[in-house]
Design a protein around this ligand. Sequence first.
Ligand SMILES: [Zn+2]
Length: 142
Amino acid sequence: MLNRILKLFSPSLKKLSSEKQARIAQSLFGLCAACGKDLGGHSRWRLASAIFDTQNGMANELAKLIRDRQWDQAAQFQDWRGDRNEREYYVVRCPNSPQVSLVTMVSTADMWSDDYIESTELLAAESSKDILRLAGNHWLPF
Ligand SMILES: [Zn+2]
């Protein structure tokens, strides 16, 4: 839904306030995997995304990097097009925990079908540290 609305406003993305984007993301992502609370006060960062092409080559390659915890390499995948389906990986930073969680979302090009969450997973300490380093100060608030 987040991207569906972004698509509606694309290319004039600025019309959708960051506050509104945050509210949409919050309702889509559900509760925090680390503390079980709602995502107010938490922040998010889009780690990577890949478009589903005919062979799903990019999406599969990215999925493997994510499974293998190759965060640096995964973050090189940043394909995004409003008119294609894609899989996006977000990380959520929790103010109550040093562990971040990984939210895997499928974003659909069809304006009338909703984006959906494939999985939410709490990452181990080592992965959390890697991702915090990669994200730097690019976090967006919910
Ligand atoms: Zn939390």
